[in-house]
Design a protein around this ligand. Structure first.
Ligand code: CMC
Length: 422
């Protein structure tokens, strides 16, 4: 028996019945009922803004899959570049396709010298690396006028390749500038994460511990996509105006910058540092509950009402990293916070669990990344998610320029009063 929903307009008695498919019914039903009627849905909490076949997320049960593959399997068996191919193409590559994809990405890692010498070198010495990253993405687009040709598949593919390949270069450039260090050119003999780590820390011969290189790759996989989050929605909204992908990605990165989104990993480490000692955890939790202090950063999620599956993997990865780097002293505070929160009715009743950002910052810090780089580390792999959604958006015949309506609550029409009469 097909599932349907019937909506009645009590003002007119008009009724409309529409199908429910996969728990979704079309808002066009409301339009049919009365074209001047709108749904009030701040933050799009109850709105499916698009159809998507990229990422499946079941927040109640803590399930995350890219193109049907469980995140746990991808994190333990795949690589970021293979996952990037999967997200963009819908299927895992065969050996030849993967080799070609790696070759192509590797050959686009360099950026124009003017980006570094004139653009990045023009920032103030204490510019935040994420601010530099956001603006570099938009600036990068000015080097590729072919990016405007979004109707041409060959051009779209080229820009996708460029963006995926160049984000680690932009990220390391932002870091090296903020640290007053000279730029390190990409080394195309290295793996994707190895090249990035090398551009961050180069000290002569390549000497990154393979366990750290793998941890970086796992973190890249976990952050690659997460369906219609704030940044991806920004990508889709801006992309829907047919802006080029660099400009759209800059908008997505801007959204990611906020402390309620990708900026939370930075906020977690600052919070743990402020707490200072496990003995201070109970008092901190009381402050959070009383609404006096900040929220418990790295906890809670709009969709997950269960443990974020990425947090489980990251927690395990943290121990792998600490074997190489030594334990991050903030780990004990984080563990105590998690234990305290998960046994407190405030957090239990609201289904607040650790999210992806709770433990990732501890790993980044142990690996030597400054706190200000954490959101940039999130943005590097999320770029592929943004681009996969951008591609999907452009191919979707249902989509038009994003243009929500509003519930006007201002004053009615009134006549202008000249200054002399006010
Ligand atoms: N600490 C304390 N209370 C919280 C928290 C938290 N971290 N998160 C939610 N709550 C409370 C909130 O006060 C509200 O309580 P009440 O019903 O009494 O008013 C209730 O839980 C529901 O919160 P909400 O703000 O309506 O939930 P939301 O879905 O709009 O917010 C969130 C989701 C992620 C913005 C929020 O949980 C939060 O601010 N978390 C901390 C920041 C964070 O870790 N962000 C990273 C998110 S995951 C990665 C990413 O998106 O980039």
């Amino acid at each position: 028996m097909p599932e349907t929903i019937t909506i009645t307009d009590d003002r007119t008695g008009k009724q409309i019945t529409v199908p429910i498919t996969d728990g979704v019914f079309p808002a066009s039903a409301v339009r049919e009922l009365d074209p001047s009627l709108y749904i009030y849905d701040p933050a799009y909490m109850q709105t499916a803004a698009c159809k998507s076949s990229i990422t499946y997320l079941d927040g109640e049960n803590g399930i995350l899959r890219y193109r049907g593959y469980p995140i746990e399997q991808l994190a333990s068996k795949s690589t970021y570049l293979e996952v990037a191919y999967l997200l963009l193409n819908g299927e895992l590559p065969d050996a030849a396709q993967l080799a070609m994809w790696k070759h192509e990405v590797t050959n686009h890692t360099y950026i124009h010298e003017n980006m570094r010498k004139r653009f990045v070198d023009g920032f103030h010495y204490d510019a935040h690396p994420m601010g530099m990253f956001v603006s570099s993405l938009a600036a990068l687009g000015t080097f590729y006028n072919d990016a405007k040709d979004i109707d041409d598949k060959a051009s779209r593919d080229k820009q996708i390749l460029r963006l995926i390949a160049k984000t680690p270069t932009l990220a390391s450039m932002a870091y090296r500038f903020s640290a007053g260090l000279p730029f390190v050119y990409p080394d195309n003999d290295l793996s994707f994460p190895g090249n990035f780590l090398n551009m961050m820390w180069k000290i002569g011969e390549y000497n990154i511990d393979p366990r750290l290189e793998r941890a970086m790759d796992v973190l890249f996989i976990l952050h690659a996509d997460h369906e219609q989050n704030c940044g991806t929605t920004a990508m889709r909204v801006v992309g829907s105006s047919h802006a080029d992908p660099y400009t759209s990605a800059a908008a997505a990165a801007s959204a990611l910058y906020g402390p309620l989104h990708g900026g939370a990993n930075e906020a977690v480490v600052r919070m743990l540092t402020d707490i200072g000692h496990i003995d201070n955890v109970p008092a901190f939790i009381e402050e959070v509950k009383g609404g006096k202090g900040s929220r418990l950063m790295g906890f809670g999620h709009r969709v997950y009402k269960n443990y974020d599956p990425r947090a489980t993997i990251i927690k395990k990865t943290a121990y792998d990293v600490f074997e190489v780097t030594g334990k991050n002293p903030l780990l004990d505070i984080a563990l105590k916070l998690e234990e305290t929160a998960l046994s407190d009715p405030y957090f239990v009743d609201r289904k607040l669990y650790p999210n992806v950002d709770f433990y990732s910052g501890l790993i980044y810090q142990a690996m030597g990344f400054p706190v200000s780089m954490f959101t940039v580390l999130f943005a590097i792999p999320r770029t592929v998610g943004w681009l996969a959604h951008w591609q999907e958006l452009l191919a979707d015949k249902d989509q038009k320029i994003s243009r929500p309506r509003q519930w006007y609550t201002g004053v009615e029409a009134r006549d202008y009063i000249p200054m002399t009469s006010r």
